[in-house]
Design a protein around this ligand. Structure first.
Ligand code: ADP
Ligand code: MG
Ligand code: ZN
Length: 501
């Protein structure tokens, strides 16, 4: 384990060095079946139940390409502004690992299906960084090893290992950036924002469930440093399988402070893979990095080349949904949001929820108000995502409608929302059960108004004398008497009427 003394203070790191990043994201496609066989592509399941001779690599078994997988790959490429190959092939990447029964991974090497693209990434303060995409290629996932008996869950110190091939052959797209330079002190933030933006994009394309916690979206972070102002890149390390957005940011930052300490001490960075430790935010040495030659890549002889017609590519381009970045721009204009309001909305993850609430009939402003304040606080205190609160956009829209029609005051509406969150039913049921209806019967209100005026004759006089602001005290008394179930605006009207001001 690295001691803290082996790290350089971050401010000094960015003063002395320029970081270079390279991000490799693996995304598991949500096709029904695996990439080269008909086995179910499903997360989990009893070990070794989604397997067949092909994905187990049994002698003589032949792969058949999943057309839907190719379609998703092309759509991802197009969404990333890539060129789509006119002709490309799969390649065998040869290495031995117990979770890979064929002893090679069917991948793409120098002929990726998509290449030369970019993704614009917006940072928290609104700055836009264009991340260039080197390539997006198709490959297959490996199985999973489970090391039993050790303290770390790794193979070292384990008593025995178990293998589950359910994941072997699941379609993967690997998206690789070109080296990302010039981000300086913002490198960790850029890395995180890139993965986050890419995740939103893939979700909008509906090609994957993009669950970092379940491994359907995985990121390897390459980091190197060069002395400030230098042009030749330093040696990189590759931190593997960083499985949350926060970890991406922490891993990059940690590597920067670690590498800087080594370099400043006259040392050399070893090109290696490293593992990120969630618990303390450090990385530790993995294996020495293979070079491409080690893998003995060669074209896959059992699969025909892929030559997507330009016609098909254009058909697929037409299926691209509105991309998250465009959607944000449109929503900002349609809802007349300031940059700040938009950012708040994004930060609490409320865009879709507000949009659905507007769809259900609410005004954008009111819908936004509920989700960004009351409900965001509720989600925060419960420690859940906003979308996981037990209230639907339709229910929020209904509460808003009850306020607009005067059936509920804002204060009562909050109680109704609490009731819905507590599982007491639909908004209307909560209103009934809790007896929350506004007292809209004028005669009941008038009685309360008269009582309040009689109790404070000096104020009644003031109002009569033209000091209409003084009515506030009477409104307060009436609200109290009706336990907040009166419409304050109507009460005020009745008071003025009553004193004849
Ligand atoms: P590998 O097979 O080693 O994973 P890839 O080409 O798939 O290599 O990915 C390497 C990633 O690292 C790419 O995103 C690339 O742009 C980036 N990269 C290359 N050189 C450097 C460097 N010196 N410092 C940081 N990143 C780098
Ligand atoms: Mg790679
Ligand atoms: Zn199979």
């Amino acid at each position: 384990m690295t001691a803290v003394a082996d790290l350089m203070d971050y401010a000094e790191v960015v003063e002395r060095y320029d970081p270079v990043l390279g991000l490799e994201v693996h995304v598991e496609l949500n096709t029904n079946t695996k990439m080269f066989c008909g086995c179910a592509n499903e997360f989990g399941g009893e070990p070794n139940t989604h397997v067949c001779p092909t994905c187990l690599g049994l002698p003589g078994a032949l792969p058949v390409l999943n057309g839907k997988g190719v379609e998703s790959a092309i759509r991802i490429g197009l969404a990333l502004n890539c060129e789509i190959a006119e002709w490309c092939r799969f390649a065998r990447k040869n290495y031995f690992y117990p979770d890979m029964p064929k002893n090679f991974q069917t991948s793409q090497y120098d002929e990726p299906i998509a290449f030369n693209g970019y993704l614009d990434v917006t940072l928290d303060d609104g700055e836009v960084v264009r991340v260039e995409i080197e390539r997006a290629h198709m490959e297959e996932d490996t199985g999973k090893s489970l090391h039993v008996g050790g303290a770390t869950g790794r193979i070292h110190g384990a008593d025995y290992s178990l293998l589950d091939y359910n994941r072997a052959g699941v379609p993967l797209i690997e998206i690789v950036t070109k080296p990302i330079t010039g981000t300086g002190s913002r490198a960790p933030e850029v890395a995180r924002a890139y993965v986050s933006t890419l995740r939103d994009l893939l979700r909008a394309l509906d090609v994957s469930d993009v669950r970092m916690d379940q491994g359907s979206l995985r990121c390897d972070a390459n980091v190197s440093l060069m002395p400030r102002g230098a042009t030749e890149f330093g040696t990189r390390t590759e931190t593997k399988n960083v499985n949350s957005l926060r970890s991406v940011e922490r891993a990059v930052r940690y590597e920067m402070t670690r590498q800087a300490a080594v370099l400043a001490d006259g040392g050399k960075i070893k090109q290696e893979t490293r593992h990120f430790q969630e618990a303390d935010g450090t990385t530790s040495s993995g294996r020495t990095k293979e070079t491409a030659e080690d893998y003995r890549y060669f074209p896959e002889p059992d699969l025909v080349p892929i030559a997507p017609s330009r016609e098909w590519v254009e058909q697929l381009r037409a299926t691209l949904p509105e991309l998250p970045s465009e959607r944000r721009k449109r929503i900002q204009a349609e809802w007349s949001l300031s940059d700040e309001a938009l950012r708040d909305l994004l930060n609490v993850g409320a865009v879709d929820l507000v949009a659905a609430t507007v769809e259900a009939g609410a005004s954008p402003n009111e819908a936004r108000g509920w989700w960004v304040s009351t409900l965001a606080q509720e989600a925060n205190s419960r420690g859940v995502e906003l979308a996981d609160l037990p209230i639907t956009p339709k229910q929020v829209a209904e509460v808003i409608a009850l306020v607009s029609s005067g059936e509920l005051t804002n204060k009562l509406a909050k109680e109704v929302v609490q009731g819905v969150l507590a599982g007491e039913g639909e908004p209307r049921e909560v209103v009934e059960k809790r007896g929350l209806k506004v007292v809209s019967d004028d005669s009941a209100l008038l009685a309360a108004v008269d009582e309040a005026l009689a109790a404070q004759p000096d104020i009644a006089d003031k109002i009569r004398g033209g000091k209409v602001q003084a009515a506030g005290a009477i409104v307060g008394a009436v609200m109290k008497a009706t336990k907040g179930q009166a419409d304050a605006k109507r009460v005020r009207e009745l008071i003025i009427e009553r004193v004849g001001a």
